[in-house]
Design a protein around this ligand. Structure first.
Ligand SMILES: Nc1ncnc2c1ncn2[C@@H]1O[C@H](COP(=O)(O)OP(=O)(O)OP(=O)(O)O)[C@@H](O)[C@H]1O
Ligand SMILES: [Mg+2]
Length: 144
């Protein structure tokens, strides 16, 4: 089995770091391109009385630059292993964005961790990972 373009969903969590490590090994074995994507969720309005558009914009900018830092670190990890990865930040719902990125860029494998930054410790499978397994057009590797 061989993969041409591997997509890793990277949210900076320990679990996504582990997924990245596995994806790097696979990419080396298969000679695949490696794409590392981080998705920033839009600001959630729930339970907040009033917040100005400027504050929302500020918040979203911070989230994007935080994700850019994660991706820079991920790219360096890949670089150390001799893989020149493509990185990209997208905004939206994580599973949806990862799926459309994979479709648009012809990725043939999606690699994610089983948990991310948001979940409870007891959770075995986060919602992003679960939705990818259920709905993605590509094979999905959930790293534990
Ligand atoms: N925003 C994101 N951008 C890129 N990849 C992500 C993102 N969120 C999750 N992933 C990928 O999916 C894996 C599983 O995370 P997931 O979001 O499913 O679990 P969780 O955060 O623990 O739970 P939940 O999001 O349901 O509260 C992560 O290890 C990472 O590989
Ligand atoms: Mg999550």
């Amino acid at each position: 089995m061989s993969f041409k373009k591997i997509l890793v969903g990277y949210d900076g969590s320990q679990s996504s770091k582990k997924a990245l490590e596995k994806a790097i090994v696979l990419a080396k074995v298969c000679g695949s391109e490696l794409h590392i994507v981080g998705v920033v969720r839009p600001f959630e309005f729930a339970a907040i009385d009033y917040i100005s558009p400027e504050e929302i914009e500020e918040y979203e900018k911070e989230e994007v630059s935080k994700e850019e830092r994660f991706l820079k670190e991920a790219k360096e990890i890949a670089q150390e292993k001799g893989i020149n990865a493509v990185t990209k930040v997208r905004e939206g719902e994580p599973a949806e964005e990862l799926m459309s990125y994979a479709d648009e860029n012809g990725c043939d494998l999606i690699v994610v961790g089983h948990r991310g930054v948001g979940g409870f410790k007891r959770m075995i499978l986060g919602t992003t990972a679960g939705n990818l397994v259920k709905y993605a057009n590509q094979s999905v590797l959930v790293v534990k």
